[in-house]
Write a protein that binds this ligand. Structure first.
Ligand SMILES: [Zn+2]
Length: 126
């Protein structure tokens, strides 16, 4: 699953790619790529709201929950940017950040410490 996302990341250069992490809690059972509808998609990401709404609807109907989001920093470090910190709602959802060969996962939580609203977590992608 992670390798597939790294492939998407490399393929998307110079734009950031993004999508949803589906599953339960910190267990990711599926990913769903979404169009990056940000105006400056080489520096920011904004998940296509249609994909988000469809996934929310599916979750309500008994499908997997949206446990988080992934996006790429095509030429950067795999830690949350200032923009990420500003945009993260403290909803306990996971933020997975990739750069084509490395990845890191964070949880957007209410009690921020080192990285603004983010705390590092270990993802279960099995
Ligand atoms: Zn970012």
């Amino acid at each position: 699953m992670l390798e597939e996302l790294q492939r998407q990341t490399r393929h998307g250069v110079p734009l950031e790619i993004c999508g949803l992490l589906l599953g339960k809690a910190t267990r990711v059972t599926a990913v769903r790529q979404a169009r990056n509808v940000a105006r400056k998609a080489h520096r920011h990401f904004e998940i296509d709201p249609a994909v988000l709404i469809a996934a929310e609807r599916e979750a309500k109907a008994g499908g997997p929950e949206i446990v988080g989001y992934y996006h790429s920093h095509p030429s950067g470090q795999v830690k949350p940017s200032e923009t990420d910190a500003k945009n993260a709602a403290p909803d306990d959802r996971i933020w997975l950040i990739l750069n084509g060969h490395e990845a890191s996962a964070w949880q957007a939580c209410k009690n921020p410490e080192l990285f603004g609203p983010f705390a590092p977590i270990t993802l279960d992608c099995t």
